[in-house]
Design a protein around this ligand. Structure first.
Ligand code: CU
Length: 110
């Protein structure tokens, strides 16, 4: 009987932990192939997020900076990259480094 209670407790603990692991929200960013840089949707809450970046040009990159975060793709490569970052309260900016004056965007985390 004790064993059954223990097993039930373990299942309950796993069931509680799994959704938390699976719940890392994913956000998609795209740069290129033209002179565009976008995020399909933007994070608004602090915490861990997964960024899936499609860098579709060898003339542009996707560079995200903000509190505690500085990740980027290569300018010279066409790539698909995934970054897991922890966002804090503040403003984050994503740019293409060679064309930062006009290829840019931002979002604010509260
Ligand atoms: Cu660019």
């Amino acid at each position: 009987m004790k064993r059954i209670v223990l097993a039930a407790a373990l299942v309950t603990a796993l069931a509680a932990a799994l959704p938390a692991l699976a719940a890392t929200p994913t956000y998609k960013g795209t740069v290129g192939p033209g002179f565009t840089i976008t995020m399909a949707s933007k994070p608004t809450k602090a915490g861990k997020v997964r960024l899936v970046i499609a860098d579709k040009s060898n003339a542009h990159n996707f560079h995200l900076t903000g509190p505690g975060v500085n990740v980027k793709t290569s300018v010279s490569a066409v790539s698909a990259s995934t970054f897991t970052v922890t966002l804090k309260k503040g403003t984050y900016t994503f740019i293409c480094d060679p064309h930062a004056s006009f290829m840019k965007g931002s979002f604010t985390v509260k």
